[in-house]
Design a binder for this molecule. Sequence first.
Ligand SMILES: CC(=O)SCCNC(=O)CCNC(=O)[C@H](O)C(C)(C)COP(=O)(O)OP(=O)(O)OC[C@H]1O[C@@H](n2cnc3c(N)ncnc32)[C@H](O)[C@@H]1OP(=O)(O)O
Length: 413
Amino acid sequence: MSSEIRTIGDDDLHDWSVAVLAGFLMGPTVTEEDVAFRRGNYDPERTLGAFDGGRCVATLRSFTQELTVVGGARVTADAVSTVTVSPTHRRRGLLTRMMANDLRAAKDRGDAVSTLIAAEYPIYGRYGFGPATHTAGWLIDTARTGLDPRHAVPEGGGRIDFATGEEVRGFGPALHDRFRARKPGAVSRGERWWLRNTGAIRLSHDPKLDLHHAVYRSPSGEIEGLASYTYDSTWTAGRPDATAQVQRLIGTSPAAERALWQFLCSIDWVQRVDTGRRAPDDLLPHFLGDPRAAAIQEIADYLWLRPLDVPRLLEARTYPVAGSLVLQVEDRAGLAGGRFLLEAGPEGASCTPTTRSAGLTLDVGELGALYLGDATATRLAALGRIGEERPGALTTADTLLHTARRPWCPDMF
Ligand SMILES: CC(=O)SCCNC(=O)CCNC(=O)[C@H](O)C(C)(C)COP(=O)(O)OP(=O)(O)OC[C@H]1O[C@@H](n2cnc3c(N)ncnc32)[C@H](O)[C@@H]1OP(=O)(O)O
């Protein structure tokens, strides 16, 4: 049985949406509002379906995204999302065919990289993706933080106020632009992201989240941070018991992050703060009087990168010192492989095809894992995933590529 893979038309949107819900184990009911949202949000040229006997059995869509790279530049990424294959049609190569279509189109468009958040680790390495950022989540026992309850007032000055969803839609995009300029791994958010994540649009299968928004303003009045969170509260053993569940918290300064975390930990009745997905090297535990009050709940890979244009990617980021490296990049899909000479320094970098002998050989997915500075070449070589062809090349790669702070992607897409 062979299914046809094609871009979808307006008439397919309902069935395509039903297939998405079935793939993600959600109820099959799709409302007119859900379809209208997808119609306004999705690029028909980049929304693929597989059809068998007229029924949609697989889905994949992509969209243009900006990815912040080391040094703060943004590269254009092909963000892959909403990947599902119906349980009736799995393991027949439908994902492989859809992915090949999308990556080829992204390459032809000139996108530097493809991005996705992998539901499961074993799926995407075969397509040239590598895990480029990680995520960690903590549960804070507020009674153990050792914080003075007066920390509801920010230590270093400034103030915290609540904001409505509408107010967040006003100041949020500019705050987020300042935040992402400082954080490799962060990605752009479109207008509809803000509508959907501040309660203005809710699809029928979205969880109902009554969000509170707390804003931090610096002593000079600049908005520097935003925490959006919900409560899960009960009345247990004669007293209130609540967990504050952080959905998102971003800051453009350590002072903003400190003020918001300390605020969340100081709210009466809140016994626990669930931090949601943070960078693994988040400063959070050290904002608490006792860092052990924050117990790690989860640590996992998060944003995966698939290089499509090696020279563009390597020239877009910055490097702390001068150095050069020849990379032999293997790409079984034939999209981005080759041998490249990287000549990098604090003033900029050039990356060009070369016939010089290679220092390192690696798969394009391993380059994805190294690119934002998270993985180290030395570690990947110890795992047998990178070959050192010239003594010292691993050390050079780590000196050039590895970063002091870890990249972080706060968003699910
Ligand atoms: C970016 C995102 O949207 S992440 C969300 C991904 N979607 C989901 O997890 C929803 C539930 N799962 C699914 O819909 C499907 O199982 C998918 C999309 C993961 C895979 O679709 P399929 O059409 O079955 O994949 P396909 O047949 O092309 O498999 C390609 C290869 O990946 C392997 N593979 C596919 N899914 C998995 C998996 N979950 N775990 C391990 N290996 C897998 C297959 O065995 C196959 O291996 P091979 O190349 O060695 O033969």
